[in-house]
Design a protein around this ligand. Structure first.
Ligand code: GCW
Length: 697
């Protein structure tokens, strides 16, 4: 082969477009030689005097990162032997100010020491140092101390045995069950790296609508082989369990949690699991929810079910994460109230190693929900948070929605459970009620797509979730900027533009999708607008159940005159939200049925305000496209084109949402579309026909 051809081949490989696979761990060479040299002064050697797996990972990750960023080999040695410019990795169990996974980074005279109380702490410290370099901050006098505020920081995968993912929009499952345990896909390790880099330390690998297959000896081998890959990254594996497993795979006649044989079966199962996976995390359970069996099938309650599993896991230090996502098919009841009503009476009745995992809002991962009232009511039960990263109600992987503002909005909400300032964050990080167990979970948005999340910018949701799970006081803006700089561009003006785009994306989505507190849970096609949908096997699976449009107005009356769900909040919250004049506009239709002609605080009537939001929301997608176009020169071409294409689809669909809502609601409001907005060009019938296409089998 002639040299020209070889050169061209190498050149094209080096310059190949970025497909997003490397996530935020790119470590491309820092272009500015001066900056490289200044970093290199404190990064000549990595010193590690241990072969323990997590520490080895830490040193190797540091080496990979530094070599990429600085463009030269950085050896790992057992002793610095007086050389300056070294990075020393060390564990000090007695280190004050840190909790178990915390780290301290100090740079003194060009020698950096990364100290953890445990091996994992060192690993997190390594990623924090790399982050500093990736975001081009000075490390000269670095002095950083950080400890996670929440103990269990997890991803929940809703992945099935057949590789499908419930509500997954980025390809198939990452887990290749038919190849495991013999073949280990290299991607499992990449997954672990990415998670460790943002502080995630646990993962539930299978769907909460669980298959009992995962508890068989055959599948436990497979699960154990994944656990082996995750362990050196400080990540524990967990399983979702099918409550009646003692019947389906254990040959018992019952799964009654108070039956001694059933208890014995779970004890034996736990023992079997821990033989294979000594650091197994525990079980996640969806029971008596959306048709899943559970303890209530035997006349028992959630605590009975959770406690039985907890006792089986306790000798091994495992935990039970019991989900509070429950509601019965009762058309007259308000689904909003269901979980609170079932769980509040059980406060204090759970075993010590049980945590109740609550979705951020009372209904179901809507684009905007008030915080779940459960957070303000169970001081004696550790409550964990469940956020959804996958965009079930946020436009799948097509629409751009940066979710950190959703997470922050919930975490910063004041429950008033212990007086003013009792934020949801303080409940779940345990500081308010001194919970011994704390947890936060994100329903994963990952899949087999090369770029992991389908929408390239949806990686930011995975990233921000992990970082907030570690420290919920970080701002949505800082995290967006961090992710953009590490992943898309270090050019400050473009990074700022993309950060800005991310930050406003959620509000834009809400405006064209569910403004002023409208909601649209499960109504058949999660993807398409269907406000007219009024038929289903259960009343609370229709759209009309939620929005309650009629000739008078719109919205669900949850005041004392309606379902009185507001009574589930503390009086301070009730006072503000029960009065339509003081209820924040974003939550208005969550709690009130408002007349079409009622003047809102914006000076417009409800109808005009709705129209204005639907229209301006849809128009803003056009503005987002322009903003994205303006950063073209600083973004990898493949990523640029990918996002640009998705924004075009988003624009089309935003108009679709706008037209569906406006035309449908107009049949009730009988009001004209206010100027300066123009009547949609299509008819309601035409929009409905479009939606029907998405329902065809
Ligand atoms: O949002 C709903 C989803 C279901 C999901 C359920 C849950 C895993 O539509 O797909 O099931 O929530 O959280 O259990």
């Amino acid at each position: 082969m002639n040299y020209k051809v070889i050169f061209l081949f190498l050149f094209s490989t080096l310059c190949r477009a970025d497909d997003g696979y490397r996530l935020w761990l790119k470590y491309d060479l820092i272009k500015d030689a001066g900056q490289r040299a200044s970093y290199a002064r404190s990064a000549q050697l990595i010193v590690l005097n241990s072969t323990r797996p997590v520490l080895k990972t830490a040193a190797e990750e540091l080496q990979t990162g530094l070599q990429g960023l600085l463009g030269k080999p950085i050896p790992i040695v057992a002793s610095a032997a007086g050389k300056t410019g070294s990075i020393i990795l060390t564990v000090n169990p007695g280190q004050p100010q840190l909790n178990d996974e915390g780290y301290q980074i100090l740079n003194r005279r060009n020698t950096i020491t990364i100290t953890g109380k445990t091996d994992s702490g060192v690993l997190y410290g390594v990623f924090a140092l790399l982050r500093h370099l990736q975001t081009r901050q000075s490390i000269a006098q670095l002095s950083l101390t950080s400890s996670p505020k929440i103990q269990h920081r997890m991803l929940n995968h809703w992945d099935n045995t057949d590789a499908s993912i419930e509500r997954g929009y980025a390809g198939e499952s990452l887990w290749k069950w038919y190849e495991l345990p013999e073949r280990i896909d290299p991607r499992y390790r990449e997954y672990a790296r990415a998670n460790a880099s943002i502080g995630i330390n646990g993962t539930v690998v299978n769907n909460v609508n669980a298959s009992s297959r995962f508890l068989t000896a055959e599948y436990l081998q497979k699960v154990a082989s994944l656990a082996n890959v995750f362990r050196p990254y400080g990540i524990k594996i967990y399983l979702s369990v099918y409550f009646p497993a003692p019947k389906t795979i254990g040959g018992l006649k019952t799964a009654d949690p108070l039956d001694p044989e059933v208890n014995q079966w779970w004890t034996d199962k736990a023992n079997e699991i821990y033989k294979l996976i000594p650091d197994f995390g525990g079980f996640l359970v969806k029971a008596n929810s959306e048709g899943q069996p559970g303890p209530q099938d035997y006349g028992r309650n959630h605590a009975d079910g959770a406690n039985m599993l907890a006792k089986a896991l306790a000798p091994h230090k495992g935990i039970v994460i019991w989900r509070a996502f429950v509601y019965k098919a009762d058309g007259k009841a308000d689904r909003f109230k269901a979980a609170y009503d079932e769980f509040k009476p059980l406060d204090g009745q759970f075993e010590k190693n049980v945590i109740v995992q609550v979705k951020n809002g009372p209904i179901d991962f809507q684009p905007r929900e008030p915080f779940s009232p459960i957070f303000g009511t169970m001081p004696q039960t550790p409550l964990g948070m469940e956020f959804q990263l996958t965009q079930e109600y946020l436009g799948f992987a097509t629409h751009l929605v940066y979710e950190a503002p959703i997470f922050k909005e919930c975490l910063e909400s004041d429950t008033y459970v212990g007086g003013k300032g009792s934020t949801v964050a303080k409940v779940i990080d345990g500081s308010l009620h001194e919970y011994k167990l704390t947890a936060i979970a994100g329903v994963a948005n990952t899949g087999s797509d090369r770029n992991w999340t389908g929408h390239p910018l949806a990686q930011a949701n995975w990233y921000a979730f992990g970082r907030l799970a570690w420290d919920h006081t970080l701002s949505a803006e800082a995290l967006a900027n961090e992710w953009v700089t590490m992943t898309l561009t270090t050019e400050p003006t473009s990074a700022k533009t993309v950060t800005d785009l991310l930050l406003k994306s959620r509000e834009i989505y809400v405006n064209y999708n569910t403004p002023l507190g409208l909601s649209r849970p499960w109504t058949g096609v999660h993807f398409a607008p269907e406000p007219w949908q009024n038929r289903s096997s259960r009343p609370d699976w229709t759209a009309v159940y939620y929005h309650r449009a009629d000739s008078v107005g719109l919205g669900f009356d949850r005041t004392v005159k309606g379902s009185h769900a507001l009574a589930q909040y503390r009086p301070e919250v009730q006072r503000q939200w029960s009065n339509p004049e003081t209820c924040p506009l974003p939550y208005l239709l969550w709690f009130h049925h408002i007349a079409w002609t009622k003047k809102l605080s914006t000076g417009r009537t409800l109808w005009d305000e709705l129209c204005s939001r639907f229209y301006s929301g849809a128009d803003s997608v056009g503005a987002m496209q322009k903003q994205w176009a303006s950063v073209k020169k600083d973004i990898d071409p493949e990523t640029f084109a990918n996002v640009a294409g998705r924004l075009v689809t988003q624009q089309k669909e935003a108009l679709w949402w706008r037209d569906a809502w406006v035309l449908y609601l107009q049949e009730f409001s009988k009001q004209p579309i206010p100027a300066p907005f123009k009547k949609p060009e299509r008819s309601l019938k035409e929009v409905k026909e479009l939606v029907e296409i998405y329902q065809l089998r």
